[in-house]
Design a protein around this ligand. Sequence first.
Ligand SMILES: NC(=O)c1ccc[n+]([C@@H]2O[C@H](COP(=O)([O-])OP(=O)(O)OC[C@H]3O[C@@H](n4cnc5c(N)ncnc54)[C@H](OP(=O)(O)O)[C@@H]3O)[C@@H](O)[C@H]2O)c1
Length: 271
Amino acid sequence: MRLISGSARLAGVIGWPVGHSRSPRLHGHWLQRYGVDGAYVPMAVAPADFIEVVRGLAKAGFAGVNVTIPHKEAALALCDSVEPFAARVGAVNTLVFRDGAIHGRNTDGYGFIANLRAHGVRFGGRALILGAGGAARAIGAALQDEGVDVFFCNRTAERGVALAAALNAGTVAWDERAALEGVSLLVNTTSLGMTGKGALAISLERAEAELVVADIVYAPLETALLAAARARGLHAVEGLGMLLHQAVPGFEAWFGVRPQVDAALYEVVAG
Ligand SMILES: NC(=O)c1ccc[n+]([C@@H]2O[C@H](COP(=O)([O-])OP(=O)(O)OC[C@H]3O[C@@H](n4cnc5c(N)ncnc54)[C@H](OP(=O)(O)O)[C@@H]3O)[C@@H](O)[C@H]2O)c1
């Protein structure tokens, strides 16, 4: 067991609920691996208490926190400064407390791009993003920053259209999601395919041979979509890597070490 000192650096994750979060395991592995004098703890905080708790943690000497569902928009509102990407996305998932101020970042887009890069994906062409929630927004904006032509395809058409308008992207009707001609990257950002949720019904019949299929659902690790893509010989990229990579900037900001995403970390967090 690793012991911490009286001057240990502190961080954690705030959610409601938070018991499902894999972040304590993830950061705990890195703290141990790099021998950091620090701790990363889960905190279940109700929405009504969120602001008070965050301000309290900053006063208590925490280096910062991750925020997850349902706090990502509320976190943006209480920041003293916000990085431009997070402002564009309208949500933060990483807070850094420094010099009495709260700085907000959104590392989901970074995590998605870094994971695809780690799988050898090159960016360009057209991406079809299924979904129009918070994750879709961060991923769409990050892909645009890589020069990709982004299209959103969402079950609730108005939500997809509103997101596309906000990011100056295109839209595809939900019933047209299998029209994959000319698409170089297909991303599932809906919760479909997740254990306990419904299946994502999409045919890959019309996929180009070079199509990359990415799923950000990571429970199960191998979704039906990824299995179908592999069965067709397409390049499939799993979602757990995004979760691992999105944690890198926060860990570095709080604990002063830029951590590596490697097979050992994958095993620890997947298990
Ligand atoms: N790998 C990672 O690091 C990572 C990071 C963030 C999120 N995620 C995962 O990504 C997923 C989405 O997260 P989020 O925060 O963006 O959620 P969200 O804001 O609640 O958005 C959910 C999206 O899923 C769609 N959806 C839900 N049920 C559907 C159904 N039955 N049929 C069609 N579409 C459906 C919604 O469409 P409507 O608008 O029509 O409701 C919406 O577009 C979750 O599974 C989450 O665990 C993974």
